[in-house]
Design a protein around this ligand. Sequence first.
Ligand code: SAM
Length: 198
Amino acid sequence: MGSSDILGTKRHQRGGKFTEGLLDSELILRTLNVRPGQGIIDVGCGNGYMSKLFSKMVTPSGVVWALDSDKYFIRILREETMGTNIVAIVGDISKPTQLNESCADLIYVSTVIHALSRERMPGFLQEVKRLLKPDALLAIVEIEKKETPFGPPLKSRYSPEELKEIVSLISVNTVQVGECFYMQTFQNRERGQTRSDT
Ligand SMILES: C[S@@+](CC[C@H](N)C(=O)[O-])C[C@H]1O[C@@H](n2cnc3c(N)ncnc32)[C@H](O)[C@@H]1O
């Protein structure tokens, strides 16, 4: 299913572009301290390659919700992962989803945010905050906001600094996770809120 273009980006028959092979997934798993028993949402999962890696790490009692607005990707992933701890569901993260409140220890959003206009960001943040457990992590992977050999127009990209302004959670760190990619993590606590407030 799909082929690779000259940049090594996996291109799906339907035109989807995935980061498989472009990111240091081991570094990502280590940085996010993914461990057994966790509940993880892979937002905009695409072909689900990260969902499958998360799935192995959270086994036996954890669960991975692979969410994508594209019904086609979800149908394929559902067929591939039947009987595993991956639950593939159709949903738009900038609107309320069918997932339960405070279900997630980690929400992972790889190369999805640039497709959300500034106007849709409040809806995204509202849903992410509803889904995250207190102190849980939000990880946003994006292509750097500079000239790169591939990627969306610069005006639709977010820099880590812009994300830190928009996302009203505690910024944890920014890590280089690929030649042209960074991962910005946040903890689910409002800025100015201390542990004793929770
Ligand atoms: C560039 S692909 C990245 C796929 C995968 N995360 C990766 O890193 O390879 C972006 C994916 O996000 C999905 N997507 C875009 N907007 C979305 C939204 N509002 N809610 C959920 N998924 C969305 C697209 O259908 C697509 O599968």
